[in-house]
Design a protein around this ligand. Structure first.
Ligand SMILES: [Zn+2]
Length: 82
């Protein structure tokens, strides 16, 4: 099998906001989106960095509605060196 680096993206390289980098990762989680009226894959967006952890917002991958947020506890010890 040859790998073709110039092969087009399957869905036409959608890059709506040009800010893909701000989405740290995709979550496997699916949440119910009231707009899409179904369970949808979510995007996890970093909202706030708190001393006790990072606060993430879950956005619908299709319509980017906010579906909730969660606090990701930092596993590293909170030792602030000032
Ligand atoms: Zn949606």
């Amino acid at each position: 099998m040859k790998y073709n680096p110039y092969a087009p993206y399957p869905e036409g390289n959608r890059n709506d906001e040009g800010s893909e980098a701000m989405y740290k990762e995709f979550d496997a989680t699916e949440l119910y989106c009231p707009n899409c009226k179904s369970a949808v894959p979510v995007r996890k967006r970093l909202l706030l960095v708190l001393p006790e952890g990072d606060k993430y917002e879950y956005l619908c991958a299709y319509c980017t509605a906010s579906l909730g947020s969660k606090l990701d506890k930092n596993s590293k010890p909170t030792s602030l060196l000032i």
